[in-house]
Design a protein around this ligand. Structure first.
Ligand code: NAD
Length: 362
């Protein structure tokens, strides 16, 4: 067995402490948390004490630590690209929280730094490993629903928010905050291509800052499903997460349960076009025979509810895949090409919805 990878985590907030440290401390055979950094002295002292690791008062000194193999960037959104590049230049592998750079320029610079340093760079897109998304993708790709014509993805909620994630200057707002996750799901179901058309609309209603808390976008492309995403904090009557319409059937459901049904037209009478008026003024109608399927999420994978940290399963799958990548035994599940495409489509969503881009490299 190879030695544990020595990790330094920059930022000890909801992500750095609540997601990354919380999981990595459970797999000491794979990763050793060697250092943490935070601008808030109490936070970094508490984390270092609890984890038994080195403590740094800011990002730069952690990045300069020669003992660290892998740096996790879990700071405020505008600083991701800056610290990722700095760590790559210092010869570290990097896990960068989403948004993975604010612009394509950011992503290009990060990817160039990784290539130059010969180090692994990966976007922390752990929700790519969410079981409901993976099941939806599997059903769509199986062909059982026929050609997929449209997909609707709803991240609906109703809540006020007043932290830095609501400020444009901090690159907050629904697109930069949770947006990378449903966009990743959408682009994956879209076939990983650049859409021909991107339509988007954004509004700010319940948040205290000036960034959007209500976002809708639509991706369209020839020969691809039209994908509609609603990511809003002003929907008190939440609809289900998933709706898929295919030419043989459809799927709907939540993160906890999915149901789908399909029919087989090849076993039914042919219906050639008949331009004559129908007999007895009847409407075309026929009885379809449906086959059905369903899926329930494993209990441990179900979110504990609003305000709770995301379930650990996707984070575990992300870090096990990363360990394989670092050992040279696995290919990354979330590739840099996918991360680049996501950043490029985020730019098009911003342009369409009139969302200004924050200052960038912070
Ligand atoms: N993938 C996910 O599911 C997920 C969930 C939550 C947050 N995030 C991402 O994680 C990042 C952090 O968000 P959060 O919710 O943890 O915020 P947070 O405010 O809870 O924590 C951020 C921490 O980073 C520290 N920090 C900022 N700049 C620093 C620097 N230069 N050096 C050292 N420490 C610094 C702050 O002091 C703070 O403690 C954001 O980019 C967010 O989008 C991702």
């Amino acid at each position: 067995m190879n030695k544990p990878i020595k990790v330094g985590i920059i930022g000890q907030g909801r992500s750095g402490w609540g997601i990354h440290a919380a999981f990595l401390r459970t797999v000491p055979e794979l990763y050793e948390i060697a250092a943490v950094a935070d601008l808030i002295p109490e936070r970094v002292a508490e984390a270092a004490n609890d984890l038994g690791c080195k403590a740094y008062p800011e990002a730069e000194s952690l990045i300069a630590d020669p003992d660290i193999d892998l740096v996790i960037v879990a700071t405020y959104n505008p600083t991701h690209a800056k610290y990722a590049e700095m760590a790559l230049h210092a010869g570290k592998h990097v896990v960068c929280e989403k948004p993975f750079g604010l612009t394509v320029v950011d992503v290009d610079a990060m990817v160039a730094a990784a290539k130059e340093a010969g180090r692994v760079l990966v976007s922390f897109q752990q929700r790519h490993y969410e079981p409901d998304f993976l099941k939806v993708k599997e059903i769509c790709e199986s062909g059982v629903l026929g050609d997929i014509v449209r997909v609707r993805i709803c991240w609906h909620g109703f809540s006020r928010r007043w932290d830095w994630q609501t400020s444009r200057a901090m690159a907050g707002g629904n697109l930069n905050n949770n947006g990378p996750h449903p966009l990743d799901h959408a682009l994956s179901l879209f076939g990983g291509a650049m859409p021909d058309e991107v339509w988007a609309e954004a509004g700010g209603w319940l948040r205290s800052g000036d960034a959007e808390d209500d976002l809708k976008f639509i991706l369209k492309g020839k020969g691809r499903p039209t994908i509609e995403v609603e990511l809003t904090s002003v929907c008190a009557c939440a609809q289900e997460r998933w709706l898929v319409c295919g030419t043989r059937g459809g799927l709907h459901g939540t993160t906890k349960r999915l149901d789908w049904k399909w029919t087989d037209f090849s076993k039914m009478p042919a219906r050639p076009l008949d331009l004559a008026s129908t007999p007895d003024r009847s409407y075309n109608s026929e009885t379809l025979e449906w086959k059905t399927g369903s899926w329930d999420a494993p209990v441990a994978e179900v979110n504990a509810g609003a305000g709770a940290a995301p379930p650990a399963g996707p984070t575990e799958r992300f870090y096990r895949n990363l360990r394989g990548v670092l050992d040279g035994t696995a290919a990354p599940t979330v590739t840099l090409e996918q991360s680049w495409l996501r950043a490029a489509v985020m730019e098009r969503i911003r342009a369409a919805a009139d969302i200004p881009v924050a200052a960038g490299r912070g």
